[in-house]
Design a protein around this ligand. Structure first.
Ligand code: TYM
Length: 333
């Protein structure tokens, strides 16, 4: 049986990378896979300090963004992680399965912790185990994500393999990552060698799902470029990270390949291309922002959607957790 699971952290506004690298792909998969589970991962968010009121607000915003982007909460299971206890329960078991050496190799932890390792939370270190628990609590077989999550998904596979071996039972599937489309790695608008991220101090580095048309236009106008016009071919983008990033964004937003976009845009001045990119970005993002705001205006309904989603998620995860507890040998009445 095929089952999709994926999640997004409620830590500030979602950006174009989250949309093009992940959420937009989920919307498509929803039609091909019967069984889709999408989660606002609030337990992950608190691995770094979150203001409580801001966390609640961001959780609703991310849920609204999922629906505004086209996730159908009647079909897919949509909820926030902390409402389903199996995530934290299974994460503890995985803390005891994963090896320190595995976690020591996680590049995202190294980047986030920086030189300050003594002072980051234990949760930040154990984060990938919780992520494995998210996926495996549902025995998910496919996980659509952006490229930056690849290493975490390899760890998820290692944990599944070790658990199955340790306890001599094929409890967990070996999950496949789904990383596809032209938007798997959207880069900063200020530096084409850095990933677009929520934590970049510059607002001009990212387009968010709450930016209005003026903000989008301004950010694209200010986006870093180089002095040459666009090259004629995809190969000409080599060594020009900012040009390559803007072309990738255009391709992803218009649902075409880079080669197709270069056929049309090759040789154009950046000023002209940026105007076309702005029009495209606004035409895709503006309806989503409007829909998000409508959803956020009815908080009770949004909360009810998440509660119903959590109940459905719980029904799937509970028997799987029982199976895990039995395999481990935990006594249950
Ligand atoms: P998060 O919240 O950082 O990002 C959510 C999704 O957006 C993708 N993404 C990007 N894609 C392309 N370009 C970018 N610049 C970019 N930035 C982010 C991410 O790859 C991700 O798919 N650990 C995860 C959340 C998580 C999860 C899970 C994901 C927790 N449990 C289980 C899948 C399955 C994270 O921090 O994503």
């Amino acid at each position: 049986m095929k089952r999709i699971f994926s999640g997004v952290q409620p830590t500030g506004n979602l950006h174009l990378g989250n949309y093009l690298g992940a959420i937009r792909n989920w919307v498509r998969l929803q039609d091909d896979y019967e069984d889709c589970i999408f989660c606002v991962v609030d337990l992950h968010a608190i691995t770094v300090w979150q203001d409580p009121a801001a966390l609640t607000k961001a959780t609703r915003e991310v849920a609204a963004a999922f629906i505004a982007a086209g996730i159908n909460p009647e079909k897919a299971v949509l909820f926030n992680q902390s409402q389903v206890p199996a995530h934290a329960q299974l994460a503890w078991v995985f803390n005891c399965v994963a090896r320190m050496g595995w976690l020591n190799r996680m590049t995202q932890f190294k980047e986030k912790a920086g030189k300050n390792r003594e002072n980051v939370s234990v949760g930040l270190y154990a984060y990938p185990n919780l992520m494995a628990a998210d996926i495996l609590a549902y025995k998910a077989t496919h996980v659509p994500v952006g490229e930056d999550q690849k290493q975490h998904l390899e760890l998820t596979r290692d944990i599944a393999i070790k658990f199955n071996n340790d306890f001599g039972k094929e409890v967990f599937p070996i999950t496949e990552p789904l990383i596809f489309g032209e938007g798997t790695r959207v880069m900063s608008l200020r530096d084409g060698t850095k990933k677009m991220s929520k934590s970049d101090p510059s607002d001009y580095s990212r387009i968010t799902l709450v930016d209005d048309a003026d903000a989008i236009a301004q950010k694209i106008r200010k986006a870093k470029t180089d002095p040459e016009p666009l090259p004629e071919t995809v190969e000409g983008l080599e060594g020009r990270p900012e040009a390559a990033n803007l072309i990738n964004i255009y391709a992803a937003l218009s649902d075409r390949t880079r080669a197709e976009v270069m056929g049309e845009m090759g040789g154009k001045a950046f000023s002209e291309f940026k105007t076309l990119l702005t029009d495209l970005a606004v035409s895709v993002l503006a309806p989503m922002t409007t829909r998000m705001n409508e959803l956020l205006a009815d908080q009770a309904e949004l909360d009810a959607i998440l509660r119903r989603g959590a109940e459905r998620a719980n029904e799937i995860a509970s028997p799987i957790l029982d199976e895990v507890y039995d395999a481990v040998g935990f006594l249950r009445p």
